[in-house]
Design a protein around this ligand. Sequence first.
Ligand code: NAD
Length: 277
Amino acid sequence: SKAPSLTLNNGVEMPQLGFGVWQVPDDEAEKAVDTAIQAGYRSIDTAAIYENETGTGKAIAASGVAREELFVTTKLWNSEQGFDSTLRAFDASLAKLGLDYVDLYLIHWPLPSKDTYVDTYKAFEKIYADGRAKAIGVSNFLPEHLERLIGETSVVPAVNQIELHPQLQQAASRAFHAQHGIATEAWSPLGQGKGLLDVPTVVAVARKHGKTPAQAVLRWHLQTGNVVIPKSVTPSRIEENIDVFDFELDADDLAAFAALDEGKRLGPDPATFDAGA
Ligand code: NAD
């Protein structure tokens, strides 16, 4: 692997940089994931709702890379929350992926209005105890949801995957995670490739290091301690996004990035999002 690993709170090693496949159609996922693995990625982030677990699994099977060298994450969709439905949904995800375990299984959204994430997580604890997920965690959980989960279950989530980029730096969540030994994983780390990569500060820092804006942003994540999962289907960008281990942002660069935080979400608010519930 080209990317260094972080050690999760249960001792499992997770590559700090991986490949995200949201919005990659199933019939394109095999090629995209294959390109990523050939480029040196060893961590893949999919989800049941992305409907590309099958293509992702095909690329993994064909990669020639040993299973234990790959780190595969998938997520439970909202409609399947609840103890029994979670166990069934997990079986379906494993079958589509063609795997007998995943490295990380995440509850995709907390759905506080449905109030089923505690029961759902108890099913996750069973899956974990059975060795079918090497680590379990959550996504889009606010500190109040994590607080309750930690109070009512036994396995502290290894990861919380949240929207995080220089314009949404998530200081409160990051502090809570650090206090509880939960790794922070950043989704939409490039701000979905929209305005962020044109921000003058980002462009200037990138130019200073002879790198691209996307590479400067990914470097900021790595030096902030985040796990990061940029997405692209363009081979040159897939390669560009993992070519971030030959330079380092300095204190001035980090201070300039700190000033970009606007607290503005691109995606839904976890307090109210309830699609599929
Ligand atoms: P991202 O921030 O990774 O941006 C991806 C987009 O940025 C690409 O589609 C492309 O348009 C552009 N891009 C990529 N590389 C580039 C480069 N080198 N130069 C210029 N532009 C570039 O956005 P994302 O896909 O939303 O997030 C990454 C991953 O996070 C997803 O694929 C998925 O795995 C995960 N995710 C999870 C959740 C969740 O609720 N848990 C939500 C969204 C995304």
